[in-house]
Design a binder for this molecule. Structure first.
Ligand code: SF4
Ligand code: SF4
Length: 313
């Protein structure tokens, strides 16, 4: 039974970690609610490379946890690996979907995991008020995870964990309770002289100083509402997202992933794909991270891929 606030036990990082592991959350870090000043500088630097249409909240608000939840005392940052290993298949006439959209929408998966994890914590350690954020424009999950020691920034602009690589999703739980934790130092980059991702990127989206130019990035372009003619040409084999720079990274090579068999979620046949109705699309892909973008934009991507295959452009 949940304890009342007069008999609240002290909560430590070890207690939280133990509970998270039982809920299938292997990566956990902690932050105090001070604004992430260094992250703010990095975000402004990245904005100078070009803003995406998803970044609408001002940087000063995105790095301030109190703006998202006034009573916050501690932030629990968590990571959950995603993706899988598909069977070998012929890519001809197919459009690739990035691994982030292969299973159930990660927003839902992480929200559900965080909710049952917090219910268990409350059960064991007494009442807490909390807010769960997963890839929400209000906060910057990747920056929080970096500051909490969950990985280093790679030259591919992603957060990389030495054991889990870069294929993991991040969420944050803002809790109105002090948790005893030892602040971890952010990890220094382990890229060294490697530049595989920079060389692998088809449109040179990755630049000096761990920067990414959004309008050169296939992943962003497959989600962007309208494309100019040069952006249209940059969409290559991907229907949604892009994993090319992650596949090039040696930190992902050693990560073992579960098998995924259903090619509808990995690389559907383009000709059949464009015949779908809105209803069919919702039924087949509505539960995935690609579903939120809607059929209109994904069908546009499919038509661009068909055009590219037919002209060889
Ligand atoms: S996601 Fe694709 S296009 Fe974007 S930086 Fe990586 S390789 Fe380049
Ligand atoms: S491919 Fe190399 S440079 Fe790029 S993120 Fe991975 S380790 Fe760093």
């Amino acid at each position: 039974m949940a304890k009342d606030r007069t008999s609240i036990a002290t909560l430590s990082d070890k207690d939280v970690l133990k509970c998270a592991q039982t809920q299938g959350i292997p990566m956990i870090g902690f932050l105090s609610p001070d604004p992430l000043v260094d992250a703010g500088k990095r975000l402004l630097q990245r904005e100078a490379m070009g803003k995406t249409e998803f970044e609408k909240v001002a940087v000063r608000d995105r790095i301030n946890f109190c703006k998202a939840f006034e009573q916050v005392q501690t932030i629990i940052v968590f990571g959950v690996p995603y993706g899988g290993t598909p069977p070998p298949f012929n890519e001809k006439g197919r459009g690739r979907i990035a691994e982030i959209a292969w299973g159930r929408d990660y927003h839902r998966v992480l929200q559900e995991k965080a909710k049952s994890f917090m219910e268990q914590l409350v059960q064991q350690f007494g009442p807490m008020v909390y807010r769960i954020f997963v890839d929400n424009a209000r906060l910057v999950d990747r920056e929080s995870a970096y500051e909490a020691g969950l990985g280093f920034f790679g030259k591919n602009n992603l957060l990389i964990h030495p054991d889990y690589g870069s294929f993991f999703n991040i969420g944050q739980i803002l809790v109105d309770r002090k948790i005893d934790f030892k602040k971890k130092k952010p990890m220094a980059s382990r890229c060294g002289t490697c530049e595989r991702c920079v060389r692998a990127c088809p449109h040179k989206a990755l630049g000096e100083g761990f920067c990414l130019e959004p309008t050169r990035c296939i992943s962003y372009l497959t989600q962007k509402k309208s494309l100019n003619p040069s952006e249209e040409k940059r969409i290559q084999t991907y229907l949604y997202g892009c994993d090319i720079c992650q596949y090039a990274c040696p930190f992902n090579a050693k990560v073992r992933k579960p098998s995924v068999e259903d090619l509808r979620y990995i690389a559907p046949k383009l000709k059949g794909f464009i015949q779908m109705t809105d209803e069919n699309f919702k039924r087949t892909y509505g539960h995935t991270a690609m579903g939120w973008r809607g059929f209109k934009i994904i069908k546009r991507n499919a038509l661009l891929l068909i055009k590219k295959h037919s002209t060889g452009a």
